[in-house]
Structure formats: C-alpha cells, structure tokens
Design a protein around this ligand. Structure first.
Ligand code: SF4
Length: 102
C-alpha cells in the first residue's frame, strides 16, 4: 500500500519537476529538514552516506540527489527535488525515492 502510493506520487510529480524548477529560485527556498514529515517518510538525509541502510537496503554507495532524475540543480551545493516542492535538497543528499538519472 505504502509502496503503491509512493510510486503514484513519484509518477505524478515527475511531470511537474520542470515546472517546479522553473518557478522556484534555489536561493529563496528553505532547506528540507530531515525531520519534516515527508523527509522522514522518504528517509531523506542531507548526507547520502548517512542513509538508513537497514531500513532502505536498496541504497548503494555513490547514490545521491545530484545523480537522481528528480533533482534539478548544480552537481554540488543545493537544488530542487520534485518530491520536496518549495524546499531545497542537498546535492549530496539521498532519499528512498532515488532514481538514477537516465
Ligand atoms: S534522492 Fe532524488 S527523490 Fe530523493 S531527495 Fe534526492 S533528488 Fe529527491
């Protein structure tokens, strides 16, 4: 159930990623807090190496926001993620919705 909903949310939001990137200025948006409810739900960490490997065994070393298809931004610093509208994520961050850029 949770997985289905997450998959649905991801699919719904991928299409709006470009729009979100176009309408948000990274400098103006607050950082996602790891304690935000959706960040907790997705297991988001500012430092990908701190990902909860026990809870998210699909995590693999080297995965991070900057190589995720939902990320819009520079390779370092911070950028936008389609799952965290209005907040910035760390290029070096990670969450369980990670999907490698094609
Ligand atoms: S890993 Fe991808 S989906 Fe998760 S916060 Fe980073 S950019 Fe967003």
């Amino acid at each position: 159930m949770a997985m289905n909903r997450r998959t649905f949310v991801i699919h719904s939001l991928v299409g709006s990623a470009a729009l979100a990137a176009a309408t948000l200025s990274r400098a103006d948006v607050p950082k996602v807090a790891e304690t935000d409810a959706n960040a907790v739900g997705l297991g988001y960490k500012e430092d990908a190496t701190k990902a909860d490997k026990a809870k998210f065994p699909k995590y693999a070393a080297g995965q991070q926001c900057s190589s995720c298809q939902l990320y819009q931004g520079p390779a370092t610093g911070r950028g936008n993620c389609a799952l965290f509208a209005g907040k910035s994520v760390a290029a070096a961050g990670w969450c369980s919705a990670y999907a490698k850029k094609a």
